[in-house]
Design a binder for this molecule. Structure first.
Ligand code: SIN
Length: 291
């Protein structure tokens, strides 16, 4: 396989850009291992530029890194988002502010316009998300990524010790109440399958590095604390995690494919582009139970 790609660091957090690699072709084992290594060293954020992929090629690329939500081998995401899945590829979650000729949304409008980590409310939340930019507004529509590993590592030892034994409840009901009121939430999604208890500090299965694993969009409270105590501690963590030095801003170029690690970072899609068309397709990789 051709190997003359160019690797460039995009941020002090390690975010890495890769040019000159054609992801429409199957990758050999050596290259997959190289990309996984690069992904881990990048803090979990790779941006592949100038990719020309069909939806199937996007899926085929992603499958080389794990099992996909919505695939025959995997489990579906919550029912509420099923209306935004690609009609021919249930593995693909579509993000769009446009409707088709029949007036049906081409994808979820305003998807992810809040700080969250994909599917964190499941016992086994998402590992990676791989988002492909097919149509980008002339200006705006960037996505912010907050690095929970760098944020963790900068905490004082006293705060690390305080957080180490804590667990937090992640609940789709939090997102449902604030993000999904229109159109309606599928009630079955609120019956318990989309609610999980996770450590506040999780250790990455490959790198051994620790990250803060709570997010305002889907974490309801810290286990064992009363609500006011939990709110105060979570507020501190969210303010800390979203300090500018922990943020990478992905200014999308058409044909970018971004692959991020939901175990180490949360993200926020900026909804500032009105009706200027924006269309992206996302594959979500299933992950392990956080420890
Ligand atoms: C998401 O996956 O949360 C959507 C991100 C985006 O549209 O930039």
């Amino acid at each position: 396989m051709r190997r003359n790609h160019i690797v460039k660091k995009l941020s002090m957090l390690g975010t890495t850009e890769i040019r000159g690699l054609d992801l429409s072709e199957p990758l050999d084992d050596e290259l997959i291992a190289e990309l996984k290594d690069l992904w881990n060293k990048s803090g979990g954020m790779l941006v592949f530029r100038n990719q020309h992929l069909t939806s199937q090629q996007h899926i085929d690329f992603s499958r080389q890194f794990g099992t996909l939500f919505g695939s025959p081998e995997g489990v579906p995401m919550q029912d509420t988002v099923s209306r935004y899945l690609h009609p021919d590829h249930p593995e693909l979650y579509c993000v769009s502010n446009q409707v088709n000729k029949k007036g049906v949304p081409k994808g979820r409008k305003g998807a992810g316009t809040y700080w969250h980590s994909d599917v964190s409310f499941r016992e086994e939340p998402a590992a990676a998300s791989i988002l492909y930019a097919k149509q980008i507004p002339s200006v705006g529509g960037d996505t912010l990524f907050a690095d929970g590993t760098a944020a963790y590592e900068d905490l004082s030892q006293a705060m690390k010790d305080l957080l180490a034994p804590l667990h937090a409840v992640h609940d789709f009901a939090v997102a449902a109440a604030t993000q999904y009121t229109n159109p309606v939430v599928i009630n079955d999604d609120l019956d318990g399958a989309n609610k999980a208890l996770h450590p506040v500090i999780r250790t990455h299965v490959d790198t051994g590095r620790k990250s803060i694993f709570v997010n305002p969009g889907q974490t309801s409270h810290l286990d064992g604390f009363d609500q006011a105590e939990s709110d105060a501690l979570l507020k501190f963590l969210y303010e800390h995690m979203t300090k500018p030095k922990y943020i990478f801003r992905q200014i999308w170029q058409e044909h970018d494919l971004a692959m991020w690690d939901n175990r180490t970072m949360m993200h926020f899609a900026i909804d500032d582009y009105g009706d200027d068309p924006r269309y992206l397709e996302r594959v979500t990789l299933m992950g392990e139970r956080p420890v």
